[in-house]
Design a binder for this molecule. Structure first.
Ligand code: ZN
Length: 317
């Protein structure tokens, strides 16, 4: 991607990360998905604009947390939510990826003695200007108070680049990298006995997963992997838990396939990107991860993918 004007930085962060802040505070009660398996649902009905979801799993030997949320304050709220059902120590935090809204609370869990499972590839578009700039911009997003006690804590103690099975206190969690679909460091967490999948931002309530830090091809492969699991319950990265998980997978796939087809057709007809995007509604200036804004950003990304593919440049990636 071409270097961006620094004034774009906050927009870039908000636009490449599937989250912008909600004025709401506090945390809803945990939602049981299976005995001892809980989702902590952020905001629903707001697509990527809602606070992210998290989860936690009780075992006979401690707790496993899925995602650490967007700030130390949010993580402290998550700890309180966990404490409302158990006094067991948190042993592991699994990060579904390295966007700040999913991991900027991790240090809180480390201080409680937890260790971190994550993909080692921490690269995200939003940190192109460096980690200090990323933090400074994120402070503007969530506020200084929420960030008190922040430090980077997402470098994994237990890196996962393929598939890793975590067995703890009678539970089995299969943690796998589905490819760089939403971001380079994507992981999903599968509980085979309970048939519950924590999908991170591979899935979003409205089916418009962002691929600006990943790729549409990898997302299609990730969706196929999710389908093969036949999950009973899927927890998306943002928004409501779908009643029919495979319907959300199908909706997401249909969106990506349609976008790819439209952009491929434009590339083949020599239509420049700007004109190819003309059929899409304009982005919402002040809402960089609104539905329209996400559609436009994904369209840019997919146009470039199709252009590279058409020109035979894929192997240079
Ligand atoms: Zn994300």
């Amino acid at each position: 991607m071409a270097p961006l004007h620094s004034g774009w930085c906050a927009v870039l962060i908000a636009a490449s990360i599937a989250w912008i802040p909600s004025r709401q505070s506090g945390q809803p009660p945990p939602r049981p998905l299976a005995p001892g398996v809980y989702a902590v649902v952020g905001d629903t009905g707001r697509g990527s604009e809602g606070r992210p979801n998290a989860g936690f799993i009780l075992t006979d030997s401690g707790v496993v947390v899925i995602d650490a949320l967007a700030s130390p304050r949010q993580a402290e709220n998550l700890v309180r939510t966990i404490r409302s059902v158990t006094d067991q120590p948190v042993k592991w935090v699994v990060l579904t990826h390295h966007h700040p809204d999913h991991h900027f609370g991790t240090a809180v869990f480390r201080r409680l003695g937890a260790r971190v499972i994550a993909h080692p590839d921490r690269r995200v578009l939003a940190s192109e200007a460096g980690e200090d700039a990323l933090v400074a911009d994120w402070v503007r997003v969530v506020g200084l108070d929420a960030m008190r006690g922040f430090e980077f804590a997402d470098t994994p103690d237990r890196p996962v680049i393929g598939t890793d099975t975590l067995r703890l206190g009678g539970r089995t969690l299969v943690i796998s990298h589905p490819g760089a679909a939403h971001s380079a460091g994507d992981l999903m967490v599968w509980l085979p006995a309970e048939r519950v999948l924590f999908a991170g931002d591979l899935l979003i309530e409205d089916g418009v997963t962002m691929v600006v830090d990943g790729s549409s091809g990898a997302l299609l492969e990730a969706l196929a992997s999710i389908e093969k699991l036949h999950p009973r319950t899927v927890v998306p990265g943002h928004g409501a838990i779908p009643k029919r998980p495979l319907t959300l997978v199908a909706t997401t796939r249909a969106y990506i396939l349609e976008l790819r087809s439209a952009m491929r057709s434009a590339v083949e007809r020599g239509v420049p990107m700007g004109r190819a995007m003309a059929s899409l509604p304009p982005a919402d200036e002040t809402r960089p991860v609104s539905l329209n804004s996400r559609r436009r950003r994904n369209a840019v990304r997919v146009y470039v993918e199709e252009e590279r593919s058409y020109m035979g440049l894929d192997s240079a990636e």
